[in-house]
Each structure stands twice: as C-alpha cells, then as structure tokens.
Design a protein around this ligand. Structure first.
Ligand code: AMP
Length: 288
C-alpha cells in the first residue's frame, strides 16, 4: 500500500495508474476503521483495478464542535487494517491539502428539501460540508466507482444529488450496513460507548426490526410511538427522530398505502454519543 499525504502526489500517482487503463475504486472515510469500512474496501477491490481509501476527519461537516474534538482517531491500526485488506493507496491529507483556499464554502450546493429533513434538520450545514469534501475528493481521485454505506442512507442520497448536480462521471455503489451479532450497526462512534452502552444501543436495531415486522397499511403513528418508547426505555437521553419515510425521497410517510417502498430511520443520543441507523422496509408491502 502506498501512503500519500498531498493532493499533488495523489493526482500524479493516479494519473499514471489511469493512463495504464486502471479503473479506480474509491472509499472515503473519516478513519477509526471497523469491518464496515473494510466491507467497502472489499467491494472496491472486487470491482476495480486499484482501490483508494481516504482518511480525513472533515471539520466542515461537524455542526457540533465537541463531536469533532472527540471524533476517535486510531491511525496506526487503520493503516494496518488497510494493508491487510489489500488497499492500494491510502490518502491521508492535512486540512490545507483539502481546503487550500480555506474551509469557507465557495458556493452552496443546491440540495433542496433533502437538507431540510432528518439529518439535515438536526445537523444544520452538515450536508453542505459532506458535499464540499466529497466533491473535492472526487475531483482529486477521479474514480470510476465510489463506495458508500447504506448506514448513512441520507448521505448516499445527498452524494447522488452532488454527482448529478456536478455531472461527475462516477458510479455510486451503496453497500449494506454491517452489524455486530447483537444487531448494533458498526460505527466509529461506538468506540465512545462502554460495553453496557453498546448493549443498550441494540434497542435501535430492535425497534427498527419491530417496525419492519409490524408494518401494516394505514396510520403509522402508533408504530413510531412504540419504537420511540422502546429506544427511550433503553436509556437514550435524547431522540432526534424516529421516522418512516419514502425510500425514494425520504419524505415522511404517516399513512402507508401498503405498496410504496419505505425506510425507517433513527437518530438518538446515548450518554452524549449520537447514533444513527436505518432499515429498508417492505418493497411491495407486507401481507396485512
Ligand atoms: P465514516 O468513516 O463514518 O465517514 O464512514 C465512511 C463510509 O463507511 C461511509 O460511506 C459509511 O456509510 C460507511 N460505513 C460506516 N459504517 C458502516 C457499516 N456499519 N457498514 C457499512 N458501511 C459503513
């Protein structure tokens, strides 16, 4: 694995790989890697000739300075894991390499309603920061394939919108969420949870599964209330949202027609750690 720290080294190295016909696969991350990240690397390796992983904790996507300050960093272990996983190039830039003209957004991305709901609503400016960094990274790496996790469902939709807005020639591949056997979605932020908290955090997945199992056409309000109560009872001190939404555009669905594809999404705080998760629900409706 080659480790590169500057944008110019990365561009030069990739230009020569591309010139020899290599199809580049790209996995952007913020480090503190876990098997979920490595799944994306595995998919990239299967589908491309050279896999680039970036590790960059992007300051512009944190709306909460505390969350940024406490974001876990496990660089030595990350490098070891990526070597083992067969990553070809690790890009490890400093802030100046990503934002040579400073971190201020030059021009807002037209994300429309997508940034007014769910994560967009509770983390103002977050998706502008995500677009800013992903746009810059895509321009540097120029991959054929981009691998992202369904764990960040709305982020995938935002990046799809970015690709469309900027007409970027890249194919976005969305990879299913990897979970602990308990159901807890793997996340770098889990490093901030005690074993007891991790146990309590499984309530999120249980409530998502309950929604999937109990889903029936009609009013979805009671299901949302049950899931919210289950998460609160597990010890979560604050719940940003429990939502059942259109899988296509994330608009809230309060009364289901029994046919349209849905996704259930949760964001909640456990001992100061904000966790998110989601689960795709019936594609063509559960039997009533
Ligand atoms: P992050 O380092 O949290 O920004 O995540 C980097 C990429 O890994 C994003 O595309 C995430 O959606 C993806 N990812 C994070 N957790 C998981 C998981 N449990 N399973 C699969 N992909 C994940």
């Amino acid at each position: 694995m080659i480790l590169l720290k500057t944008a110019s080294d990365l561009s030069r190295t990739l230009a020569s790989r591309r010139a020899s016909g290599a199809r580049i696969g790209f996995v952007p991350t913020m480090g503190a890697l876990h098997p979920g990240h490595l799944k994306l690397v595995e998919h990239s390796k299967k589908n491309s000739d050279a896999t680039v992983v970036s590790i960059f904790v992007n300051p512009t996507q944190f709306n909460d300075a505390n969350d940024y300050a406490q974001y876990p960093i496990t660089l030595e272990k990350d490098i070891y894991l990526l070597e083992q996983a067969g990553c070809d190039i690790l890009f490890l830039p400093a802030i100046d390499e990503i934002y040579p003209r400073g971190t201020a957004l030059q021009e807002p991305y037209a994300l429309g309603y997508l940034e007014t709901l769910l994560e967009g609503k509770y983390r103002p400016g977050h998706f502008q920061g995500v677009c800013q960094v992903v746009h810059r990274l895509l321009e540097l790496v120029q991959p054929s394939l981009l691998f992202m996790g369904q764990k960040d469902y709305q982020q995938c939709m935002v990046v799809r919108q970015l690709i469309h807005l900027k007409q970027l020639p890249v194919d976005l591949r969305i990879i299913p969420t990897l979970r602990e056997t308990s159901g807890l979605a793997l996340s770098s932020r889990n490093l901030r949870l005690s074993e007891k908290d991790k146990e309590a955090a499984t309530a999120i997945y249980r409530s998502l599964q309950m929604i999937r199992n109990e889903l029936r056409p009609g009013n979805l309000g009671p299901l949302i209330t049950r899931a919210t109560n289950e998460i609160r009872a597990a010890g979560f001190e604050k719940i940003d949202y429990v939502s059942i939404a259109s899988a296509q555009d994330l608009s809230e669905v309060s009364n289901w027609n029994g046919h349209s594809p849905l996704v259930a999404l949760v964001a909640a705080f456990l001992n100061g750690v904000r966790l998110i998760d989601n689960l795709s629900l019936a594609e063509a409706g559960n039997p009533a």
